[in-house]
Write a protein that binds this ligand. Structure first.
Ligand SMILES: [Zn+2]
Ligand SMILES: [Zn+2]
Length: 154
């Protein structure tokens, strides 16, 4: 009896020590990033935060920059509403978040493979004023990105 009680106590102490060790465990930043990305991925993909993150990643793709340049070239770098060439940028007639949702895009790889995303007919050059009028998100994106008024000549 006594012996058994003693060993139980030992075992109990060991468990407490293990619990403390676990409490001391601090994941590195890299691990934290991995955890949050996997959480974003597994959650409902319509979740706003996940879509926003993915949209930002897509905007950073070189394929996206190439797509924009092609639209600039096709539209002769002029606003398709008023023909101004002052502070023009490329507008997506269908928003990125809508494209992500409609095509069930969950990763950057999905995005690269998605034909509709790279459909040039969905792109349109607009000047700052017209863009602001047509696109409710333009102002918001502009502030976050300091607006990429791409110079097609560079
Ligand atoms: Zn315009
Ligand atoms: Zn736009």
């Amino acid at each position: 009896m006594l012996k058994k009680g003693y060993s139980q106590t030992q075992e109990h102490r060991q468990k407490i020590r293990q619990a403390y060790n676990r409490l001391d465990y601090k994941p590195t930043q890299k691990t934290k990033d991995k955890i949050s990305i996997s959480v974003l991925g597994e959650k409902n993909h319509n979740w706003k935060g996940g879509t926003k993150l993915l949209a930002a990643q897509i905007r950073n793709l070189s394929k996206y920059r190439t797509w924009k340049k092609s639209v600039f070239k096709r539209d002769d770098r002029k606003c398709q509403e008023c023909k101004s060439d002052y502070r023009v940028s490329v507008h997506h007639k269908k928003s990125l978040s809508q494209l992500i949702q409609d095509n069930n895009i969950k990763t950057v790889e999905d995005a690269i493979q998605c034909a509709e995303l790279w459909d040039m007919s969905l792109g349109q050059v607009l000047c700052e004023n017209c863009h602001d009028r047509v696109d409710v998100n333009f102002h918001k994106i502009g502030i976050n990105k300091k607006v990429d008024f791409v110079n097609i000549n560079n």
